[in-house]
Design a protein around this ligand. Structure first.
Ligand SMILES: Nc1ncnc2c1ncn2[C@@H]1O[C@H](COP(=O)(O)OP(=O)(O)O)[C@@H](O)[C@H]1O
Ligand SMILES: [Mg+2]
Length: 239
């Protein structure tokens, strides 16, 4: 297997004094999809936020490409290639698609920005037809696509996605998950995917992390978790 690009070691974190994660360790390998699954409230979102620097970390560490980034602020993490896409409010609703993309590219030099926006529009051609539409008027699927495109403009190496398919119709959700697997296969990105639909996530993922009550209950191949009747039934509603 390839090198781990990100290593979380014994992370304990929460919100102020309210502890949510207990001693959470896991690895993310280069160019894989790590599917993070688990019941509601088990700490999946908190895990992503902790890696990105949006929670209170009591102990433990986050190592990215061999460098301790535990206490770096989110904007620095973003700058060195770590992207985090929150579940909601991930686009500027009152701005047009084009303006959203320009916002995502605002730190870049003009030609560079133009090239990268062109690049992501080729990846998500549906956005090309919507350039002058306000983000608020997009369908749920298009809006997630825009959020992904904005993330990609910054050329991250590792992308953490929090339930990108929430509230999408099944066919739209499948389409989006396919786009996400293309990021791994064609753009060689590394992806941490939190998904409510455990089966879809485990079918897509290379490896999986099962969170239960703020702790890691399983880390390993996705397929093994998918076939683990006991864990699947108990925590993921799989039969
Ligand atoms: N901003 C917050 N402030 C305080 N507690 C929170 C906050 N966000 C989540 N929690 C709590 O953290 C726990 C885990 O939540 P979360 O990480 O959102 O779980 P999941 O994403 O697996 O559904 C829950 O008990 C939730 O109530
Ligand atoms: Mg969540």
């Amino acid at each position: 297997m390839s090198q781990p690009i990100l290593v979380a070691e014994a992370l304990s974190s929460g919100y102020g004094k309210f502890q949510v994660l207990f001693d959470v360790s896991f690895r993310v390998y280069e160019n894989e999809i790590l599917a993070v699954v688990g019941p509601n409230g088990s700490g999946k979102s908190t895990l992503l936020k902790t890696v990105f620097g949006l929670t209170t970390i009591y102990s433990g560490s986050v190592i990215y490409r061999g460098r301790d980034i535990t206490r770096l602020p989110p904007y620095v993490k973003a700058r060195i290639g770590v992207a985090y896409l929150p579940q909601t409010d991930n686009v500027f609703a009152e701005l047009t698609v084009k303006e959203n993309l320009l916002m995502a590219a605002y730190t870049l030099e003009e030609n560079e920005a133009r090239d990268r926006i062109e690049e992501v529009l080729n990846l998500y051609p549906v956005l090309k037809e919507r350039l002058s539409y306000k983000a608020r008027s997009l369908s749920g699927g298009e809006r997630q696509m825009l959020a992904l495109a904005m993330t990609l403009v910054r050329r991250p190496d590792i992308i953490m996605l929090d339930e990108p398919t929430a509230n999408l119709a099944p066919v739209v959700a499948r389409h989006l998950l396919k786009k996400i697997s293309m990021l791994r296969d064609e753009m060689k990105k590394t992806i941490v995917l939190v998904e409510q639909n455990a089966r879809a996530a485990l079918e897509l993922g290379d490896r999986a992390l099962l969170m239960v009550s703020g702790r890691v209950s399983y880390e390993g191949p996705s397929k093994s978790l998918l076939q683990d009747v006991e864990l699947g039934k108990r925590y993921l509603g799989l039969r």
